[in-house]
Design a protein around this ligand. Structure first.
Ligand code: FAD
Ligand code: GLY
Length: 370
């Protein structure tokens, strides 16, 4: 790679940070810009499940993207840990997805026709592994390869690695506009003035639509609010993540359990509400009755970069040359970080991407009325 190639990455969440690190390691001069501090939005509000199986509902390109990224994960975190000296708290335990009744069982079993790494488990076998699970569960699917990380610790390791690699990081520097000359995007206008590069990469999470709006194009995206709680019991209750329709319990290395998450369209409001906190707790306590007596440790909310068709926007747009999109990772951006970093690096450096990205083309925005 020609070391004079340059890129500006707008947005320093997990996606922008993963992209920037990949580019720097490929010899691209990279500036990473965030309107606030790095990694303080959705990326550290997340649960950290690497749910390439448990969270995907149908086969196709998105499932392939999830699996591609999942395959890279362990090595990616090990490299980050070597670079930074900070652990991402990768936990190699699978996820159990609970069926409560016959209908749930049928729906989950039907996924075995296309899911690659899953097996049906009867309730008794599940409770041998996890005795704290409620006695009235029917059974469920076990996903042995769906591991987890701690997003806050992952953020620390990624940030330290970026500093070590000499990334030009500009925090507290909002990008107000994309700069266009002769029909091509050549830079950004920030609170500190204009910056120019060969490639501008949009990784601005739920805020991404504001960047293309001045050109008359609106990315069909929306902030999807997720409220979470963290709780603790006297002794650890579970080793594996327990997932059910509309909720999950993720045991963390420090003994706390993360219970998530709501899915709301509430604009950019990140407040937590008592009603949501108690509903999350009630749902979790139905799964693990011992949680009735749990201590509440904290509550928070984050804004997922939601897309109307559930797919991310990844790649160049025919109408805005010079611009590359890498946004809209919705409920799976933690999982998708290493795969996205690699695929965007391949695009920037002119290599053939490891997978066909046409399903994720940003040109979808021209066909959609939001
Ligand atoms: P963000 O982390 O939101 O980062 C975007 C960044 O862009 C921000 O730092 C923002 O300040 C910056 N920015 C925006 N506009 C500008 C501008 N104009 N100028 C400069 N900077 C700008 N995913 C999983 O894989 N597994 C999970 O278990 C999981 N659980 C989740 C649970 C919850 C409650 C939530 C909310 C999300 C969860 N997700 C999970 C989804 C995941 O968190 C997101 O998909 C991911 O964090 C998106 O990353 P991002 O970098 O695109 O966005
Ligand atoms: N992927 C979990 C969530 O978005 O809540």
């Amino acid at each position: 790679m020609n070391s004079t190639t340059s890129a500006i990455v707008v947005g320093g969440g997990i996606i922008g940070s993963a992209v920037a690190l990949e580019l720097i390691r490929a010899g691209v001069r990279c500036t990473l810009i965030d309107k606030g501090a790095l990694l303080q939005e959705a990326s550290t509000a997340a649960a950290g499940m690497l749910g390439a199986q448990v969270e995907i509902h149908q086969p196709g390109s998105f499932y392939e993207l999830c699996r591609l990224s999942q395959r890279l994960y362990r090595e990616w975190t090990e490299e980050l840990e070597q670079l930074s000296g900070v652990s991402a708290q990768y936990i190699q335990q699978g996820i159990l997805r609970i069926a409560w009744n016959e209908e749930d069982e049928q729906e989950l079993r039907s996924r075995l026709a296309w899911i690659q790494d899953a097996e049906w488990m009867e309730a008794a076998a599940m409770r041998e592994w996890e005795p704290a699970i409620a006695s009235d569960v029917r059974g469920g699917l076990y996903f042995p390869k769906d591991h987890q990380v701690h997003p806050v610790h992952l953020a620390k390791t990624l940030q330290a690695a970026l500093h070590k690699q000499g990334c030009d990081i500009r925090e507290w520097t909002p990008v107000f506009n994309l700069v266009e000359r002769g029909g091509r995007i050549i830079g950004v206008r920030t609170s500190e003035g204009e910056l120019y590069a060969d490639h501008v990469i949009v990784c601005a999470g739920a805020w991404s639509p504001t960047l293309t709006e001045p050109f008359g194009f609106r990315l069909p995206m929306f902030p999807s609010k997720g409220q979470c709680i963290s709780v603790k019991t006297d002794a650890p209750l579970i080793k594996k993540t327990i997932f059910t329709k509309g909720g999950y319990i993720v045991p963390k290395q420090d003994g706390t359990m993360l219970i998530g998450a709501t899915q709301e369209e509430a604009g950019f409001d990140k407040r937590c509400h008592v009603s949501a906190v108690s509903a999350l707790h009630a749902k979790a306590a139905r799964l693990l009755p011992a949680l009735e007596q749990a201590e509440l440790v904290s509550t928070w909310a984050g804004l997922r970069p939601g897309t109307r068709d559930g797919l991310p926007f990844m790649g160049a747009s025919s109408k805005l040359p010079g611009l590359i999109f890498s946004t809209g990772h919705y409920r799976n951006g933690i999982l998708l970080a290493p795969g996205t970093g690699k695929l965007i690096r391949q695009l920037v450096t002119g290599q053939q991407p490891d997978m066909d990205l046409s399903a994720f083309t940003p040109d979808r925005m021209f066909a959609t009325v939001d």
